[in-house]
Design a protein around this ligand. Structure first.
Ligand code: HEC
Length: 161
């Protein structure tokens, strides 16, 4: 009887420790996945805006411009917190706002121009992000965790749709 109890206790301890390690391993990965999904959403909205431009669907353009603006305001967006990243984020937001404005005015030329500027913002920021990741080593994981925690406490991780 005593032997059985010891074995059960040992088995439970093994499970608990295993579980704890699994948690530690899983948290950073799922945080990274969450950020990746979040970041990839930009691409979807940008593609949809382009579709809207080509078929002259202003509602589609406006809706996707709004979604990009919302994404850029989320805590998850702020995986880097340098002044340059903040500046590039502001520029991006101004471009998505300009795209929205052009869609309200139903001005296809202004919307196309705004879309091109927005695309330049995507590339500009990604160039910057690559440069700081190379210069400072990859601190992304730590930043992602901080951003994710902030997002969880401020929004309860609502999906940006
Ligand atoms: C102000 C900065 C900034 C702007 C502007 C920006 N991004 Fe990103 N984007 C990021 C960061 C940061 C990541 C995460 C990169 C990393 O650290 O791995 C990212 C990641 C991505 C990813 C990759 C997700 C993956 O699978 O890993 C895609 C795709 C993407 N962005 C698309 C876009 C598109 C499209 C635009 C423009 C409509 C855009 N981004 C504008 C900062 C930006």
């Amino acid at each position: 009887m005593k032997k059985e109890t010891t074995m059960i206790v040992a088995a439970l301890m093994f499970l608990a420790v295993n579980q704890a390690f699994a948690q530690v391993r899983r948290v950073p990965n799922s945080a990274e996945d969450a950020v990746r999904r979040f970041m990839r959403a930009k691409l979807e909205h940008a593609k949809n805006s382009l579709e809207g431009l080509t078929v002259e669907n202003f509602e589609m353009i406006g809706k996707n411009a709004d979604r990009m603006t919302k994404l850029s305001e989320s805590a998850l967006w702020r995986v880097y917190q340098t002044p340059e990243y903040v500046r590039l984020s502001t520029e991006f937001r101004l471009s998505s706002a300009a795209l929205k404005k052009a869609s309200i005015k139903k001005d296809i030329d202004a919307a196309t121009l705004a879309y091109m500027k927005l695309t330049m913002r995507c590339v500009e920021c990604h160039k910057y992000v690559r440069s700081i990741r190379i210069a400072k080593g990859d601190t992304r994981k730590a930043n992602i965790l901080v951003a994710l925690r902030k997002a969880q406490s401020s929004t309860g991780m609502k999906r940006n749709e």
